[in-house]
Design a protein around this ligand. Structure first.
Ligand code: ATP
Ligand code: MG
Length: 439
């Protein structure tokens, strides 16, 4: 890790003096001090965060690492609290994630993670949506270890998802409606079973939306990295998947989110000994309502390459409903930009105007845009020795160096969509591309 310039740290520290209750900034300063090999000052800064918000996961995680580094006994206390709150000692937890406390059975007990199992099996486990590592092991009421599992109870709901009115409507109809009013839907022969596939260009909110859906339902959420499951030794992948489903059934209501589900379909011939085929079969059997009671287990998949998905997975009763997640529309862009600006001093910024000039930007592109603008303001604050809020010029500069990353995806998607458009499954995508003169 390169040491941050002293001037930047000094500028941020002055900013913190002006806004001592800005916990995001406080954590940022603590991280910078840690990167600058000033662990004691970093730890003191974390202590300031924790005195304001004792369950701040990011500060706890940092403090645990720093106290460990300094050989202080408080490290153990921080770690215990972190584990009890469901945070992992790995990279920072998402701010929108509540600790995995229980809306349902069985009791969650945080236990220290054990060393990798004997035999050299890679410690896999599901990945969190934001790439975090699992930090919790679940124990049953009796205290017996039942499964290593990733869990979140997202705090975000549809209200946090800007725009995307059509997508929300579709999810309301196909998932939330049947849940809220099961009798009505049963009368029309509709249930919330089977899987739902979110697809679209990268960075446009598939994972975010899946978590918001879980938040909306008050359900737990686990993101399963199929690449991880696939990389296991022969025969273990199926067992692992079975355990995941088994645990989910016990912990329902639960959203199981399979990210990059195309990993199961494409380049299958390259996968060791038909491992992909076996795993597809296992997944199909787990999803099969006649073999298992999957009541209140909601299965979502996400992909940027729906055309690569094994056709067996797309048949009725499986991932038979698709939802196209497009680049955020103007209201969504405005809300995303507003969200990113919330934690930093800014002046004369008009998020609505910025939203107008960022057509086709993904959510991730917009985050990058705001980051660049913030960095530009930090740089010039450091040079001037005084805080200068982010202003329109910072955004102008940032905009000049960025292009929407979704355009390339649309360019590639066009042929696949045209070629594989049986039963009109990609009609909405082709229609969007036509309207926006893409591909
Ligand atoms: N409509 C939205 N409202 C608010 N934030 C959004 C919205 N869409 C995207 N975002 C933001 O954009 C970020 C990127 O979205 P996300 O990671 O969900 O994309 P993705 O489609 O899953 O990407 P990938 O295909 O690369 O996995 C999210 O962390 C979220 O902050
Ligand atoms: Mg994603």
């Amino acid at each position: 890790m390169a040491r941050p310039p002293a001037s930047v740290i000094a500028a941020l520290e002055s900013a913190l003096k002006l806004s001592p209750d800005d916990l995001g900034l406080r954590n940022h300063v603590a991280q910078m001090l840690a990167d600058d090999e000033r662990p004691q000052e970093a730890l003191d800064t974390c202590a300031g965060t924790l005195s304001r918000d004792p369950v701040n996961l990011e500060a706890l995680r940092l403090a645990a690492g720093l106290a460990r580094r300094l050989g202080q006994p408080s490290a153990e206390g921080y770690e215990r609290l972190l584990a009890a709150l469901g945070g992992s000692p790995a990279p920072p937890a998402a701010a929108d994630t509540a600790p995995a406390s229980a809306p349902a059975r069985p009791t969650l007990t945080a236990v220290p993670s054990s060393p990798p199992p004997a035999g050299g099996t890679p410690p896999t486990g599901a990945m969190l949506a934001d790439g975090e590592r699992p930090g919790l092991r679940l124990a049953s009421d009796e205290g017996a270890l039942v499964e290593e599992f990733d869990l979140q109870t997202p705090r975000i709901t549809f209200a946090n998802v800007g725009g995307m009115v059509d997508v929300k409507k579709k999810l309301e109809l196909s998932v939330l409606g049947p849940l809220r009013n099961p009798e009505l839907y049963q009368a029309f022969g509709k249930t919330a079973t089977g899987g739902l596939l979110l697809y679209g260009p990268p960075g446009c909110g598939k994972t975010y939306l899946a978590r918001a859906l879980a938040g909306e339902m008050g359900a737990r959420f686990a993101s399963i990295g199929l690449e991880d499951v696939l990389n296991m030794y022969f025969g273990e992948s199926e067992q692992r998947l079975h355990k995941i489903f088994d645990t989910a059934r016990r912990l329902a209501p639960m959203v199981l989110f399979f990210d990059e589900i195309d990993a199961l379909g494409h380049k299958r011939s390259e996968l060791r000994g038909g491992a992909g085929r076996n795993l597809v079969n296992q997944l199909l059997s787990e999803m099969d309502g006649s073999q298992h009671d999957n009541t209140n287990v909601f299965i979502l998949g996400a992909t940027n390459h729906p055309w690569d998905i094994d056709s067996a997975l797309r048949r009725p009763g499986r991932f038979d409903r698709t939802v196209l997640v497009l680049p955020p529309d103007e209201p969504a862009r405005e809300s995303i930009i507003g969200h990113h600006l919330a934690g930093c001093p800014h002046k004369d910024i008009d998020p609505a105007a910025l939203a107008k000039s960022t057509a086709l930007f993904s959510g991730a592109d917009l985050a990058q845009l705001c980051n660049l603008a913030r960095e530009s303001a930090i740089e010039s604050s450091a040079a001037a020795g005084a805080i200068r809020p982010v202003g329109p010029d910072d955004f102008k500069r940032a905009l000049r160096s960025l292009r929407p990353s979704t355009v390339e995806w649309f360019g590639q998607a066009r042929n696949f969509a045209l070629f594989a458009n049986e039963s009109g499954v990609y009609d909405d995508l082709l229609d969007y591309m036509k309207r926006n003169k893409l591909g």
